[in-house]
Write a protein that binds this ligand. Structure first.
Ligand code: DLL
Length: 433
């Protein structure tokens, strides 16, 4: 562990620490941000009287829309001269959300990333190739500062230029690769197709810390087998901090949330009611130590479950299950709720398909129509038509039985769907709902 005292703190003590920090965070937000003052007053919530973690359920949620409406600095709780860094989420619709960090916020963030890298088996001896995008996106710089804090050697290559990435892994002796899981697959494909002599197993690469988008267990297996590494999941969101809100440990069975800095609840996304531990719902974050941009009950839209087990790694911090989707990317197809991840899971079961796919949803007349374009590997594609037809039918049948929807499956040639260097765009929804 990077910080054993906190990471393996007795749960009772951890809760006391959370309560103490939460009191500070609520007052800090109330006293310094107009939005929180108004929202708390309206809900008749007095942060001075806050006395138990359970009371938090009376505090109003912070919605992404409020963050957008506060663009750019409306939710900052410190004067700008105290802010030493700004990041921003891409904001595909409407205004982007903006996050500021004080020197202390950056320190905490770096520590949580250092904890994450250690969780994935890393140490100061490692060479970390940081292929997350550098810039306003939190991935590149987030991982960078954490790896430096740990004392590892950082290669700040950023995303893109796949051939150079592969060359650096080989020549610089990279031991840990950090990037999105879809970019890792993209790298493995590139090596296989364009650099036939390239052998990951002859490099020093031993681990990958992948996140910023949902990915399945089967995708983990595929990356691990093709690159000969252990692949760990890292999770985070710019509104709350960036990567390092939670990360997997050696057990690869859920991501430990760094609870000494974040208080989490899981709610029913429909009613907003707090669900008991272990139930699936939307995860909600409250920051406990953030100075520049405190978040109080931020509705992430990420769907998961939280649970406390006695993890073999010795960490006591609560775990979250791999995020399976978002309450807002859920597709409703002819009345059936479908997460893109469920479609991916079906595709990955079928031999010969590649983890590159695109889901196109359209409306024909009054009915939703789904087409899934799936790449198949070279060998299958050059096989007889009968084999392709068999695969198409198998996928159609599995989608129907597992998800309860019918979809048109189009198998496409290898390397024809657009590749991503960052987060993959898997869904094209043309319905204008
Ligand atoms: O993606 C931060 C990050 C960078 C995390 C690098 C991990 C590694 P945003 O761009 O604000 O921040 O996007 C946050 O991405 O609410 C989730 O829906 C999704 N997400 C992030 N990590 C994971 C993950 C970064 N490991 C949004 N699994 C979040 C599933 C993830 N979804």
């Amino acid at each position: 562990m990077f910080n054993k005292e906190y990471e393996s703190m007795e749960v009772k003590k951890l809760k006391e620490l959370q309560l103490e920090r939460l009191r500070w965070s609520l007052k800090h937000a109330y006293n310094n941000v107009a939005h929180y003052k108004n929202a708390f007053d309206k809900a008749r919530f007095n942060p001075d009287k806050f006395s138990s973690l359970d009371d938090l359920k009376h505090v109003p949620f912070l919605m992404k829309q409020t963050m957008r409406d506060s663009y750019p600095y409306g939710l900052f709780a410190v004067p700008l001269e105290k802010v030493i860094r700004i990041h921003s989420s891409s904001g595909t619709t409407g205004n982007a959300t903006v996050a500021g960090y004080t020197r202390n916020d950056i320190e905490v963030w770096a520590e949580l990333i250092a904890r994450s890298i250690v969780g994935a088996g890393g140490s100061e001896k490692d060479i970390v190739q940081d292929a997350y995008g550098y810039g306003l996106f939190t991935g590149g710089l987030g991982l960078h500062y954490g790896a430096e804090k740990l004392g590892a050697t950082v290669i700040p290559v950023s995303a893109g230029n796949t051939e150079r990435q592969l060359m650096l892994i080989k020549d610089f002796g990279t031991t840990i690769l950090v990037c999105t899981p879809s970019y890792a697959v993209n790298m493995a494909d590139y090596a296989e197709k364009k650099m036939p002599d390239y052998d990951f197993k002859k490099t020093k690469l031993k681990a990958g810390i992948f996140g910023a988008e949902p990915w399945t267990q089967s995708m983990r297996k595929e990356i691990e087998n093709r690159m000969g590494i252990d692949a760990y999941d890292i999770y985070g969101l710019s509104e709350v901090m960036g990567p390092g809100v939670s990360c997997e440990c050696s057990q690869k069975s859920g991501l430990h949330i760094f609870e000494d800095h974040f208080y989490v609840e899981v709610i029913d996304p429909e009613t907003g009611e707090v669900l008991p531990e272990g139930e699936q719902g939307e995860i909600v974050y409250t920051s406990l130590t953030k100075e520049a941009c405190p978040v109080i009950r931020y509705r992430s839209r990420d769907i998961t479950r939280i649970y406390r087990d006695s993890c073999k790694c010795g960490r006591t911090m609560i775990k979250m299950e791999k995020v399976t989707g978002r309450s807002d990317d859920m597709l409703i197809i002819r009345g059936v709720n479908v997460f893109p991840m469920q479609i991916e899971a079906v595709l990955m079961e079928v031999e010969g398909t590649e983890p590159h796919y695109q889901i196109i949803v359209d409306r024909k007349g009054a009915l939703d129509d789904v087409e899934i374009k799936v790449e198949v590997n070279e060998k299958i594609f050059t096989d007889q038509l009968g084999v392709l037809k068999g695969i198409t039918e198998r996928i159609e049948q599995r989608i129907r039985s597992v998800l309860g929807i019918s979809a048109k499956i189009t198998l496409v040639e290898p390397s024809t769907l657009q590749r991503s260097e960052g987060k993959a765009k898997r869904v094209i929804d043309k319905r204008n709902l």
